[in-house]
Ligand binder design. Structure first.
Ligand code: SF4
Ligand code: SF4
Length: 385
């Protein structure tokens, strides 16, 4: 018997390290339309998604007579082989697992390019095969669910049988007709663990979320993080793993199938104080290959300041005060003022207050002045002055 087109594609995918692959029709995602409009109306979007809802729903608006999706998944590790040594007084932050190792956009894109070359060779260049990783028009999880890779849980993530939700997703859209896989039934049942565990109440209960309340989104914004979210971040400086770690489908899942995904502990759990001193060049040398660095140095440094505050690291106060004095970025100055007030709230002294009041008088950025004012008020209220 000759292999079917789908069998040939699956066989090729295996040889290039794709961990899971499936096929689905490129019919419209009409079942998502109402939810997406509602999400937009309620301002629950992150702003990182494709802006035109209709194009996300109707593939034929963007592609010429599309017939099929090919969805692929790569499993990523969840445990570090080595954890950095704990040294007294040296606080570390952490990147969420999704940002361990080499940026998955790069890894997945390389594999999809190889697969596309194979598809063209096998089926001819009359067909188009358009690969996408994360930044495409379509909702990766919806495509993956359509292609039978798994189901979308109440945490909004695709949950696979073999790898739980610890997978990176990508897809190819094509005008080649492929036999679709069966859709996998939702397996959440009565479980609500992710909803109950989410520290910000971002999950809405039906697989959708208010992205603006999600810590993963908040750690990526370039401006100030609203105060209500800062303490909830703990020591995490990029992303959030909570609604994955609590999911029963992820229990015991830890695959190490791709060398490039192995985290360097010094990068995935960096020392916080040195991170505040790195130059742009050092940052891009050390962290530029991580997916978590895509918004540049400032958000990561702002998050590192929050992590220092959350760990009440008094040894960081001189550095934070130095940044208040000299850093050209208002968000960094203001977040440092907040952090100092959190760390020193029970131990404020006249000298510290005078320093912050002088900084307040010099500050020209309105929002940053507001942060300074709140920090001063907290220290006056709480401190033993
Ligand atoms: S990533 Fe974190 S903040 Fe976002 S929904 Fe999941 S648990 Fe909540
Ligand atoms: S934690 Fe429970 S409710 Fe949430 S995605 Fe996992 S199985 Fe579903």
């Amino acid at each position: 018997m000759c292999p079917t087109p789908e069998q040939k594609i699956i066989a090729k995918a295996k040889t290039i390290g794709i961990d899971k692959i499936g096929f689905g029709t490129a019919a419209p995602f009409e079942e998502l339309l109402e939810g997406l409009y509602e999400q937009k109306k309620n301002n629950h979007t992150s702003g990182f998604e494709h802006p035109i809802i209709e194009e996300r729903i109707y593939p034929q608006l963007v592609y010429d007579h599309p017939k099929s999706f090919i969805s692929v998944a790569l499993a990523y590790p969840t445990q570090m082989k080595e954890i950095p040594l704990r040294e007294k007084g040296k606080r570390r932050g952490s990147f969420a697992r999704v940002s361990w190792g080499v940026d998955y956009h790069v890894l997945l894109r390389e594999k999809l390019d190889v697969l596309v070359a194979f598809l063209k060779e096998e089926f001819g260049t009359d067909y188009y095969f358009e690969p996408m990783v994360d930044t495409g028009v379509f909702i990766d999880t919806a495509v993956a669910q359509r292609c039978g890779l798994g189901f979308i849980g109440k945490n909004g993530l695709l949950i696979t049988k073999e790898f739980g939700s610890y997978v990176y997703l990508g897809e190819i859209i094509t005008d080649l007709k492929l036999e679709p896989n069966a859709i996998i039934e939702n397996g959440c049942g009565e479980c609500n663990r992710c909803i109950d565990s989410c520290p910000t109440g971002a999950l809405l209960g039906d697989g959708r979320m208010n992205a603006k309340r999600c810590l993963s989104y908040q750690t990526q914004v370039r401006d100030y993080i609203p105060e209500e979210f800062r303490k909830k971040m703990g020591h995490v400086i990029y992303g959030c793993d909570i609604c994955q770690m609590c999911c029963p489908y992820n229990r015991g899942i830890d695959f190490h199938l791709h060398e490039q995904m192995e985290p360097d502990p010094e990068e995935a759990m960096p020392l916080l104080q040195p991170l505040l001193k790195v130059s742009n060049r050092e940052f891009s040398q050390q962290y530029g290959h991580l997916s978590g660095s895509w918004r540049g140095k400032k958000p990561i440094q702002r998050n590192a300041i929050i992590a220092l505050a959350n760990s009440r690291d008094k040894s960081s106060v001189p550095l934070l005060l130095e940044l208040i004095e000299n850093d050209p970025r208002p968000v960094i100055r203001g977040t440092c003022a907040w952090a100092v007030s959190q760390i020193m709230q029970k131990d404020a002294n006249e000298q510290l207050l005078t320093y912050l009041e002088a900084a307040y008088c010099k500050e020209v950025d309105k929002q940053t002045r507001n942060e300074f004012q709140k920090a001063i008020n907290l220290l006056k209220k709480e401190g033993p002055l």
